[in-house]
Design a protein around this ligand. Sequence first.
Ligand SMILES: [Zn+2]
Length: 186
Amino acid sequence: MKRIARGIVDEELIEDVGFGLYSAARAILIATEAHAGRVQCPRCSHIITHRGDRNAIIECAECSWRVRWGEYHKTYQDKHLHGGGAIPAFQGYIEDFTKARMPRERMLAIDRLIHFFHCELLQNPVRSVGVTLIYGKNTREVTEFLDRLSYGEASTPELIETRAAWDRKLELSQRYHPIRKPESNP
Ligand SMILES: [Zn+2]
């Protein structure tokens, strides 16, 4: 894949970013499924269906784990965990990352996910699901990762462009979802 150039990459950073994105993607998929009526049992992974009644008890048929739906819902609400149109990208990432054994393969999986955000940014900057990850603890690691790739020996014009898009995305996400101070109306 030409978007990632050959070069020395920091394997530790790939691990950090890769697993960070992996757990974020998993959380998004699990929350999206739960919201659609399919809760994955945290103990045995069995799928429990429900109808969204806050007071209903949902119980795993396999291991008897149980919770009130309203309580479960609280664990992810307000965390921006709605995958929306990015679901296939997250599923693809989880699949690719799980199969990847070498750092380079992991880097390619990360690159594909970041590339997806890049394309999504161009199409729909405001309601971007990338914001979900940007809000998370991955922000610093992802930007550091892109920095290494963009400004290191392995740099390519495509990577520099992706880095710039990522900066722009951070800027947009703060503009539309201000986290420090509300902006005055134009
Ligand atoms: Zn279970």
